[in-house]
Design a protein around this ligand. Structure first.
Ligand SMILES: Cc1cc2nc3c(=O)[nH]c(=O)nc-3n(C[C@H](O)[C@H](O)[C@H](O)COP(=O)(O)OP(=O)(O)OC[C@H]3O[C@@H](n4cnc5c(N)ncnc54)[C@H](O)[C@@H]3O)c2cc1C
Length: 387
C-alpha cells in the first residue's frame, strides 16, 4: 500500500526502513511479552544517527527539523515498532534547542548525539492535578547555587532508560503570580544522580508495554545551572515541547494507521470464507477504505503542524488537530484491523492486538481528545472558557 506522502523524504524513509527490517515483528513481540525495553533497537537507531536527527551539526547531529524527525517516528511505527519507547528524545530536543543556553547545548548535545546520554524523559503530569497543569504542586526553591525540589509526578515515561529528564516545577507559588501560567520553571535533572539523593522511582505496570513511573521528590537538590531559560517562564517553554510531542505522536499514529490498513488489506484478500475472500464483501471493504481516507487526511494536518513548528510560527492549533485526527484515524484503523482478522486478531503472533493496545494510548496521552476539543473550541473558535 502506497500512501500519498510515501515519496516525501524518501532518503530518510529508505534508511529507517532498512534499519527496521533488522528488527522484525518477532523482535517487537518478544520485547512486549517480556515487558522489556527495546535496547538493541534504540541502540541501532542511535548508532545510525537517527536519534540525533534534530541536534544541529555543530553539536554532532544532523541538523534536521521536526518534519524529518516525524518521518523517522512514522516509519518506526509503520514497520511494526513502537516509537513510544524512544520519541522523548525528539521532543525534549526541541525544548533544549530553543531555550537552553549555549553552555547547556555544549554540555548536553554532543553526548546525546553519540548516544552516551539519553534525554528521553519529561516530567509534567502530577497525580492530584492531572491535565490542570498550572496547578502543579511540585516546587523548586532556590537555595544559593541549588534548587531544592519537593513533590510528586506520575506517568513519567522512560525514566529507567534515560540519563536526563526535563522537569517542570513551580518556582513561585500560584498565589503570588498574576497569570496562572507564570512562576513555573524547567530543569535538567540528572536521573542517576537524583536517585541517590532524593528521587524515588516507582514503576507503573500498564496495558501497553510502556515504561512509565511515579516519581517522588524529597529535598532533591539540583544545581542552579540546570535551570533552562529564565526562571518563571517554564510553562511557555514546555508548550513548545508539548506541541512537538503532539506532532510527533500524530506522525506515529499515522505510521500505525498505515500498518493496520496494510495488514488488514492483505488479510482480507487472502482469507476465504463462504467461498470468497472476505475483502470482496463491502461490509469489510468500507471500514478499511474509510480508515485509509482518514489516515491520509490526518497526514495533511501533520505536515502543516511540522511546517509551522520548523518555521517558528504558532502551531498549537495545528499540533493539537493533527494529534486528534491521527489518533482517531489510527484507532479506527486498529478496530477494522482486529475486527476483520476475526479470532486471529487476538492471537499474539499476528501483532494486531499489540499494535491495537499501543495505539489506543493516544486517545488519552499525551493529551486527551476532550482537552483538544476544548482547546479548539475556546482558543481557536473563541467560545466561552469552561475552566
Ligand atoms: C502510558 C502513559 C505515559 C505517559 N507519559 C507521560 C510522560 O512521560 N510525562 C508526563 O508528564 N505525562 C505522561 N503521561 C500523562 C498523560 O499526559 C496524562 O495521562 C494525560 O494528559 C491525561 O491526564 P490525566 O491522566 O491526569 O487525566 P485527567 O486530567 O484526570 O482527565 C481524566 C479524563 O477526564 C477528561 N477531562 C478532564 N477535564 C475535563 C474537562 N474540563 N472537560 C472535558 N473532559 C475533561 C479527560 O479528557 C480525561 O479523559 C503519560 C500517561 C500514560 C497513560
Amino acid at each position: 500500500m502506497i500512501s500519498s506522502s510515501d515519496h516525501a523524504f524518501q532518503d530518510i524513509r529508505d534508511g529507517v526502513r532498512d534499519l527496521c527490517r533488522q528488527f522484525p515483528d518477532e523482535y517487537h513481540r518478544k520485547v512486549d511479552a517480556e515487558r522489556g525495553y527495546p535496547e538493541a533497537f534504540v541502540d541501532a537507531l542511535t548508532k545510525a544517527g537517527w536519534m540525533a536527527a534534530m541536534i544541529p551539526q555543530d553539536y554532532g547531529g544532523s541538523g534536521l527539523g521536526l518534519t524529518e524527525a516525524s518521518v523517522i517516528m512514522e516509519e518506526v511505527n509503520r514497520a511494526g515498532g513502537n516509537s513510544g519507547a524512544l520519541h522523548g528524545q525528539m521532543y525534549n530536543m526541541g525544548t533544549l534547542l530553543r531555550h537552553g543556553s549555549e553552555a547547556q547545548k555544549r554540555k548536553y548535545l554532543p553526548k546525546i548525539a553519540t548516544g552516551e546520554w539519553r534525554l528521553q524523559s519529561m516530567g509534567v503530569t502530577e497525580p492530584t492535578t492531572g491535565t490542570d497543569t498550572t496547578k502543579i504542586k511540585t516546587t523548586a526553591v532556590r537555595k544559593g547555587e541549588r534548587y531544592v525540589v519537593n513533590g510528586q509526578k506520575v506517568w513519567i515515561s522512560r525514566v529507567q532508560h534515560s540519563d536526563w529528564m526535563i522537569l517542570l516545577a513551580r518556582t513561585t507559588p500560584l498565589a503570588d503570580v498574576k497569570k496562572k501560567s507564570e512562576g513555573m520553571s524547567i530543569f535538567m535533572v540528572d536521573l542517576r544522580e537524583a536517585e541517590k539523593s532524593g528521587l524515588t522511582v516507582r514503576p507503573i505496570p500498564n496495558m501497553v508495554n510502556h515504561e512509565t513511573n511515579e516519581l517522588f521528590f524529597e529535598n532533591l537538590e539540583i544545581p542552579a545551572e540546570n535551570l533552562i531559560g529564565e526562571e518563571g517562564k517554564g510553562f511557555r517553554y514546555i508548550l513548545d515541547g508539548l506541541n512537538a510531542e503532539r506532532t510527533l505522536i500524530a506522525a506515529e499514529c499515522i505510521g500505525d494507521g498505515y500498518w493496520f490498513v496494510d495488514r488488514v488489506t492483505k488479510y482480507a484478500k487472502e482469507r476465504i470464507v463462504f467461498g470468497r475472500p472476505i475483502g470482496q464483501n463491502q461490509g469489510v471493504q468500507f471500514p478499511i477504505a474509510e480508515s485509509f481516507i482518514e489516515v491520509e487526511a490526518a497526514n495533511l494536518m501533520r505536515w502543516e503542524a511540522c511546517r509551522r513548528f520548523d518555521a517558528h510560527e504558532p502551531c498549537g492549533a495545528q499540533a493539537n488537530m493533527a494529534k486528534y485526527l491521527a489518533a482517531k484515524a489510527s484507532w479506527e484503523a486498529a478496530n477494522a484491523c482486529i475486527q476483520f482478522h476475526g479470532g486471529f486478531g487476538f492471537a499474539n503472533e499476528y501483532d494486531v492486538e499489540r499494535k491495537f493496545r499501543e495505539t489506543r494510548l493516544y486517545q488519552v496521552a499525551p493529551i486527551s481528545t476532550n482537552l483538544i476539543l476544548s482547546y479548539v473550541a475556546e482558543h481557536v473558535l473563541g467560545l466561552p472558557r469552561s475552566f
